[in-house]
Design a protein around this ligand. Structure first.
Ligand SMILES: NC(=O)C1=CN([C@@H]2O[C@H](COP(=O)(O)OP(=O)(O)OC[C@H]3O[C@@H](n4cnc5c(N)ncnc54)[C@H](OP(=O)(O)O)[C@@H]3O)[C@@H](O)[C@H]2O)C=CC1
Ligand SMILES: O=C1O[C@H](COP(=O)(O)O)[C@@H](O)[C@H](O)[C@H]1O
Length: 587
């Protein structure tokens, strides 16, 4: 049985924050949006909610969510009438104020410093955190509040477009950060944390978010203690769980089972930070809100799809973790597969989390078992370039000298459904390659009976087919390769790009994925988190392959640090009549 209180009482900290702010400030009340809000002061997310809410109520009153109402928070969604009916008009002081306490478990670690605290600060800067919030760092390391603040302050940055008052904002933010030293399996230490959280919550309705930024072997201990000794008794309690969610079907199922002893499924937010990346979030917008794409999105027009991840650095510092997992578990089974599912799903009934996740899981369950012959694995070796020696994977002291763990993998996958029958979905992921990037490439079929093939002036139009590239990072952008006439009196064609480069089009800096995901977790939006059946389906696909690779002790193809990876990846693509788009001369 779950000892966490369920998230039924999910009154939005967000709306109650801003609505209480609006109500308590007469000068704001007298302005008008619809009666009284200066939209520019508010987090973009709460603007949307306020707009939606006021549409729902229709009389311009400032409203907040009742304890049982669910506001649909998809980017294009408007609350259903049912949800709207559950919205309550807030009168002055009519509703108890709420607060959010965020506990970063494992606060002394790499991820907390690098991503979580900076994302929380960015949300604070943008006005996206509720008026009443507290952040607690929790870990075994001995630290005072001042030491935590000092540590955190070193990793906070201001966006280029948001320098105004940044120093002041940082000071304010740091004052809301505290630290509690404790063991992850100590009820007593979580009881003390609970007392401290209560002091900060000051009798308000308390909502609690725990971010498990710790190694997976201690997830369950921490959840057990937080559940029994530090869950909220008046509001919601949610737990963000970082990957890895197990190493295979069996261990993942065991982890889910253990977590569910203490949590309901809707309290578990399994994070896949690739789903929080701007261009991944945009994938559905691109496809479902542009008439020109959706009709082409099938085997009829698409020859193959490629999901490519590469890093230009090795496993430096994380070899101990990595050797137990390898690149297939680290990147393919989660990040790339999640993107594939989003890419290939049928049109969901709505943008609701459950509708989207239902469609994704159907894709995953329609996938053909992966054949070992359709997979290439590699491992980087040391190389010297320009007088600099780059280490090989097994040069890391935390990695066994005879490790066969792949640091590179390429695979051909297939979705056995009517839309995608026969279309190769190629994945490629590697560390210590020549570049850092993540992209989705859609290669379209040839133009049948192409008129211009006969006089294209040297361009082989059977090879230069249209290609849509969604560059997730770096230099976020979307471009479409088209065949075009070279200006002039003759008839010569070349391939050019219709190019949407985000930095040229949008002046706003792109938020980090962790910002979006943290905000979603606070708002109770589950669309970008992994449901347990999605996770089961993802493991069901990869577990037999991983088992076979490991049982057969498959030797990876060695590739030099900083290279383009194993040659085997080209043969794999060629076997399916495909060329990797990222390696063509004209990318
Ligand atoms: N770092 C990254 O870039 C990414 C990390 N992740 C995942 O996020 C989680 C956290 O990652 P990261 O911050 O790198 O992890 P760390 O290894 O830095 O661990 C976080 C904290 O957990 C505590 N800890 C570490 N090892 C143990 C142990 N064996 N027993 C008990 N406590 C331990 C330490 O705190 P203390 O000793 O003070 O208690 C440490 O500071 C992991 O699940 C990781 O897989 C996911 C994606 C990327
Ligand atoms: O989950 C992980 O992701 C990072 C890459 O994330 P990015 O946002 O920097 O692209 C990867 O380095 C790490 O090995 C993996 O665990």
């Amino acid at each position: 049985m779950s000892s966490f209180s369920t998230s039924l009482s999910s009154s939005s900290p967000f709306l109650s924050n801003h609505s209480s702010l609006i109500n308590s400030d007469p000068s704001r009340r007298s302005l008008s949006f619809p009666q009284g809000i200066n939209l520019d002061d508010l987090c973009v997310r709460s603007k949307r909610k306020l707009v939606q809410s006021s549409v729902a109520v229709g009389d311009g009153s400032v409203i907040t969510k009742s304890s049982s109402a669910e506001i649909k928070t998809g980017p294009l969604s408007i609350p259903s009438q049912e949800a709207a009916d559950k919205l309550v008009i807030e009168s002055n002081g009519g509703e108890q104020q709420s607060t959010v306490s965020i506990t970063v478990v494992g606060a002394s670690g790499d991820l907390a410093k690098k991503k979580i605290f900076p994302a929380l600060f960015a949300l604070y800067y943008e006005g996206c955190l509720p008026e009443h919030f507290t952040i607690y760092g929790y870990a075994r390391s001995k630290m005072t509040d001042a030491e935590l603040r000092d540590m955190v302050s070193k990793t906070l940055t201001c966006r280029i477009d948001k320098r105004e008052n940044c120093g002041e904002k940082m000071e304010e933010f740091l004052k809301r950060c505290f630290y509690h030293t404790g063991q992850y399996d100590s009820q007593e230490h979580f009881v003390t944390l609970d007392k401290k959280l209560k002091e900060h919550e000051g009798g308000r309705l308390s909502n609690r978010l725990f971010y498990l930024s710790i190694p997976p072997n201690i997830f369950v201990d921490a959840v057990k203690c937080a559940s029994s000794s530090a869950s909220s008794i008046s509001g919601w309690t949610r737990v963000i769980v970082e990957k890895p969610f197990g190493r295979d079907s069996k261990t993942s199922a065991a982890l889910t089972k253990s977590l569910k002893q203490y949590l309901e499924e809707d309290q578990i937010f399994r994070i896949d930070h690739y789903l929080g990346k701007e261009l991944v979030e945009n994938l559905s917008v691109l496809r479902f809100s542009n008439l020109i794409f959706e009709p082409l999105w099938s085997r009829q027009y698409i020859q193959n799809v490629q999901f490519i991840f590469s890093e230009d650095f090795g496993t430096e510092g994380r070899g101990g973790y990595f050797d137990h997992y390898g690149i297939i578990r680290d990147i393919m089974q989660n990040h790339l597969l999640q993107i594939l599912a989003l890419f290939a799903m049928e049109t969901p009934v709505s943008l609701d989390a459950e509708d989207i996740r239902n469609e994704k899981v159907k894709v995953l369950r329609s996938m053909r078992p992966i054949q070992l012959e359709d997979v290439v694995i590699g491992q980087y070796k040391s190389t010297t370039k320009g007088g600099v020696t780059y280490p090989g994977y097994t040069d890391d002291k935390t990695v066994p000298k005879d490790s066969l763990t792949p640091t590179f993998a390429a695979a051909a996958l297939f979705i056995d459904n009517a839309r995608w029958d026969g279309v190769p979905f190629l994945m490629k992921a590697g560390k210590a390659l020549h570049t850092r990037s993540a992209e989705i490439r859609v290669q379209f079929r040839h133009v049948p009976g192409n008129l211009y093939n006969r006089n294209s002036g040297g361009t082989n139009l059977d090879r230069t087919t249209n290609e849509l590239v969604i560059r997730v990072q770096p230099d976020e952008g979307i471009y479409l390769k088209i065949n075009n006439k070279v200006p002039g009196l003759g008839m010569r064609l070349d391939q050019s790009n219709l190019n949407l480069l985000y930095s040229a089009r949008y002046s706003k800096e792109i938020p980090d994925a962790y910002e979006r995901l943290l905000l979603d977790a606070i708002e109770g939006e589950r669309r970008l988190f992994i449901r347990s059946d999605e996770l089961d389906a993802a493991w069901a696909l990869f577990t037999p392959l991983l088992k076979e690779i490991e049982e057969k002790k498959t030797i990876p193809e060695f590739y030099p640090y900083g290279s383009r990876g194993p040659v085997g990846a080209h043969y794999l693509a060629a076997k399916h009549n495909v060329q990797w788009g990222d390696l063509s001369l004209d990318q």
